[in-house]
Design a protein around this ligand. Structure first.
Ligand code: SF4
Ligand code: SF4
Length: 399
């Protein structure tokens, strides 16, 4: 890690998708025996960075690490990373309270890598108003935190503002072969790196979609490439080829994948790809780009929309519909536009009042209203609307 003596493994273990007895990542019922075996195997084979967060597995991830994984001398073998759940913090006193709770759940005296969780422009401003700078100064001075950072899901310019707003040691960002310019993007990564910050990359496999839900045309490129590798192997190598990247996180819950990831990361070097490898990944990237329906970066400059439409979500769903799984994209469209709005009502793209404000603000010059026609045709079908209506009834919202 730049600026510290820590020698971190290039693969970090993400503890947000541990094996469970029921319910996946949304469950607190961690399959302790299996998860312990898997994490300890990774540690025994060189992984020395464990990433968790207060809400992972509904709060059970931190406790599981403290009660099981970090026992028997394993605390000394790893660096622990966790995050302050800023999205739920609205009063100053909550900050210290939650931080102490995290130390006690993890059963540690200090946290090696501590982050403000899921920062964006507004949440950073809110945390500033709650005195977060003094808090970060104090926990560092007292040795209760060794390295201070933030994880990010917001606009590029806000990423830069946050990097400049405090003497952070590192940042955690989303970066993969599809999301090169998304959120902080490669530009934000360069910026933070040039400031001497470490870069932790999350979602290198885009939640698994770069492995399990790939378009046929991309599968074909990999299949016919002279260099044979699995999609996961290619995706991890792509991230680690960037010399600004300190480590890549993978949320692992399958022993075969753990072994594969350890193997790939052990022989991936920054700028280590041959020109033949770069050529294959360029073809893959070009193929994904050709499937892209709308060049929306998710920056949200177009918001708020007077009709309450989540424009970036609509375009993300449209792209995912063509690049990955149609069923998933439809379900997410029902969720984001049909169920989860602030006022609890559906705001389909068909509710657009044609004001044009979004188009005037879009840095990508996207003809939003024109593109909405495609969203309506492909995603806002009677089936999607029916799913959303059922979802709203299920959560007790009859709007
Ligand atoms: S044109 Fe439609 S989508 Fe754009 S801001 Fe106006 S109402 Fe919202
Ligand atoms: S439509 Fe334009 S302004 Fe809105 S999120 Fe996409 S790129 Fe940004």
């Amino acid at each position: 890690m730049p600026g510290s003596n820590d020698k971190l493994s290039v693969l970090g273990y993400g503890c947000m998708r541990l094996p469970t007895t029921v319910g996946g990542a949304a469950s607190s019922l961690i399959n302790k025996e299996k998860a312990l075996d898997q994490i300890r195997y990774a540690i025994d084979n060189g992984v020395n960075y464990l990433d968790t967060a207060y809400p992972y597995h509904l709060g059970a991830s931190e406790s599981f690490l403290g009660e099981y994984v970090l026992k028997d001398g394993y605390r000394e073998k790893v660096k622990i990373a966790t995050k302050l759940p800023c999205m739920t913090i609205f009063k100053k006193e909550q900050i210290e309270e939650i931080f102490n709770k995290q130390l006690s759940k993890l059963q540690v005296e200090y946290i090696d890598y501590y982050m403000l969780h899921s920062m964006n422009g507004p949440s950073w401003e809110r945390m500033l108003s709650l005195g977060i700078i003094d808090f970060m100064d104090n926990i560092r001075k007292e040795g209760r935190v060794k390295n201070m950072g933030f994880s990010f899901h917001g606009k590029k310019e806000d990423f830069i503002k946050i990097c400049d707003g405090y003497n952070f040691d590192f940042a955690q960002v989303q970066y993969n072969i599809v999301d090169i310019h998304f959120q902080a993007g490669i530009e934000g990564i360069e910026y933070a790196h040039n400031k001497g910050m470490g870069i932790i990359v999350m979602e290198p496999l885009r939640g698994g979609s770069l492995v399990t839900k790939m378009p046929k045309s991309v599968e074909k490129i990999y299949k016919h490439a002279e260099i044979k590798r699995t999609p996961a192997d290619w995706a991890l190598r792509f991230v680690l080829n960037n010399p600004a990247v300190t480590l890549v996180l993978s949320g692992m819950n399958n022993m075969e994948h753990i072994k594969e990831n350890i193997q790939v990361c052990s022989d991936s070097l920054p700028n280590g790809m041959s020109s033949a490898e770069v050529e294959i990944l360029t073809s893959v990237k070009n193929e994904f780009d050709s499937l892209l329906q709308v060049n929306c970066t998710g920056c949200s400059y177009c918001l708020p929309c007077p009709a309450g439409i989540d424009i970036p979500a609509a375009f993300k769903n449209l792209n995912n519909f063509h690049m990955f799984s149609k069923a998933n994209a439809t379900a997410y469209h029902a969720l984001y536009l049909g169920i989860q709005s602030k006022d609890g009502k559906a705001h389909w793209t068909s509710s657009c009042v044609n004001c044009g404000k979004c188009e005037a603000k879009c840095p990508q010059f996207i003809p939003v209203r024109e593109k909405f026609k495609q969203v309506q045709k492909e995603l806002e079908t009677p089936l999607t609307k029916g799913m959303a209506a059922v979802g709203r009834l299920f959560i007790g919202n009859k709007n």
